[in-house]
Design a protein around this ligand. Structure first.
Ligand code: ADP
Length: 301
C-alpha cells in the first residue's frame, strides 16, 4: 500500500511509530504536513498539491489532526475521501468527535454510561445546575479544552457556583459534570482499533491533582479491563463512527462512564505502559480494510 500520514510534526513518537510500523510491513508511507497542502476544488478533476507537486496514488490516509487545526485538517481529509482514498477515520467522524457536547449527546442517545452532565449557556441558574447534579463537588469543563487544561473542580457549593458564573462571564461554553470521586483520580484509556480494544491503560493523576492526564504529570500503567468496560469502549467508538480512537472512561459506582472519545490518540503513553504494538495493529487494520472508494460518505458528510 501507499499510505499518506497527515501530521504536523513528523518527529512525534506516534507519527514515527506509524511510519516504522508501515515500513516494517512493507508499505510505502509519506508524511504530509497537513497545513502545507493546498486544494484545487474548482475544476471537475479536483487535485491536492503539496510542495509544488500533485498528491496522488495513495491507497489509504492516516489523519492525525490536532484539535487546533480541525477545520483545515478535516477539509484536507475530506478531499482525500472525494478522491476515493481510504481514511483510517472519516472526516465526518473526526469533526463529530471534536465537539464534546455533540459527542455526549450521541453517546447518551445510545445508552452509553456517562457522568451526569449539564450543558448551559446562561449561568444565571447556577444553583439549579448544582441541584440537578446532586450538589458539589462538581467538575466544570471548558468545551474547547484539551489535555486537562480547562477542567476544574468546584469542591464546595460556593466555589462551584462562583466558577460557573466566572466562566459564564467569559462567555465560554461549559459542561458541568458530577465529580466521580470514587474513580480516585484515575481514568482508563482504551485504544480501539476496528471492533477491538487492542490495549488499555490506567492513568493516575499527579499527587493532589484530580486530573489524570499524562500531560499534567499523570502516570500510566497497563490494566486488565472488565468485559463491560471493553464493550463500552467498542460501542462508544461505533457510535462516533471512528475505526481507531482512544476512549477515556472513569470507574464509577454505576459502572464505566465515558468522558471522551479521542480520534487521534497518542501512542506513546499506551505503547510504553503496555508494551503492545498499537501502531502495528493500526497498519494491519488498513491492510484488511483499505479499498478504493470504501468510505461511507466519500466526503459528502
Ligand atoms: P481533557 O479532554 O482536557 O483531557 P477530560 O474531560 O478528559 O479533559 O478531563 C481531564 C481529567 O480530569 C480526566 O482524565 C479525569 O482524570 C478528570 N476528570 C474529568 N471529568 C471527571 C469527572 N466527571 N469526575 C472525576 N474526574 C474527572
Amino acid at each position: 500500500m501507499k499510505i499518506a500520514l497527515m501530521a504536523r510534526n513528523a518527529s512525534l513518537y506516534s507519527h514515527q511509530r506509524l511510519v516504522e510500523a508501515a515500513k516494517d510491513r512493507g508499505h510505502e508511507i509519506e508524511v504530509i504536513d497537513t497545513l502545507r497542502v493546498y486544494i484545487n476544488i474548482a475544476s471537475h478533476r479536483p487535485e491536492m498539491r503539496y510542495k509544488g507537486e500533485k498528491l496522488e496514488g495513495f491507497d489509504a490516509v492516516i489523519p492525525r489532526i490536532g484539535a487546533s487545526i480541525t477545520f483545515f485538517g478535516t477539509a484536507v481529509l475530506r478531499q482525500f475521501e472525494v478522491m476515493g482514498v481510504y481514511p483510517l477515520n472519516e472526516s465526518v467522524a473526526i469533526a463529530r468527535s471534536r465537539d464534546k457536547l455533540r459527542s455526549l449527546q450521541l453517546l447518551a442517545r445510545q445508552g452509553i454510561g456517562l457522568p451526569v452532565t449539564v450543558f448551559a449557556h446562561s449561568t444565571s441558574q447556577a444553583d439549579d445546575i448544582l441541584n440537578v447534579l446532586g450538589g458539589a463537588p462538581v467538575i466544570i469543563k471548558l468545551l474547547e479544552g484539551t489535555q486537562g487544561i480547562g477542567v476544574v473542580l468546584g469542591e464546595t457549593p460556593a466555589a462551584a457556583k462562583s466558577m460557573i458564573q466566572a466562566f459564564g462571564g467569559l462567555k465560554a461554553n461549559i459542561l458541568v459534570q458530577e465529580f466521580v470521586k470514587e474513580a480516585g483520580s484515575q481514568d482508563i484509556r482504551c485504544l480501539v482499533v476496528g471492533e477491538r480494544v487492542v490495549a488499555s491503560m490506567m492513568r493516575k493523576g499527579a499527587e493532589g491533582d484530580f486530573r489524570s492526564n499524562l500531560h499534567r504529570g499523570g502516570v500510566a500503567q497497563s490494566i486488565k479491563i472488565t468485559p463491560e468496560e471493553r464493550s463500552t469502549a467498542v460501542r462508544a467508538a461505533n457510535v462516533m463512527g471512528l475505526n481507531v480512537c482512544g476512549v477515556d472512561m472513569l470507574r464509577s459506582n454505576h459502572g464505566p462512564v465515558v468522558m471522551e472519545v479521542n480520534s487521534s490518540p497518542g501512542l506513546e503513553g499506551v505503547e510504553k505502559a503496555t508494551g503492545i504494538d498499537v501502531a502495528g495493529s493500526i497498519i494491519l487494520f488498513l491492510e484488511k480494510n483499505a479499498r478504493p472508494n470504501r468510505t461511507k460518505t466519500r466526503g459528502r458528510g
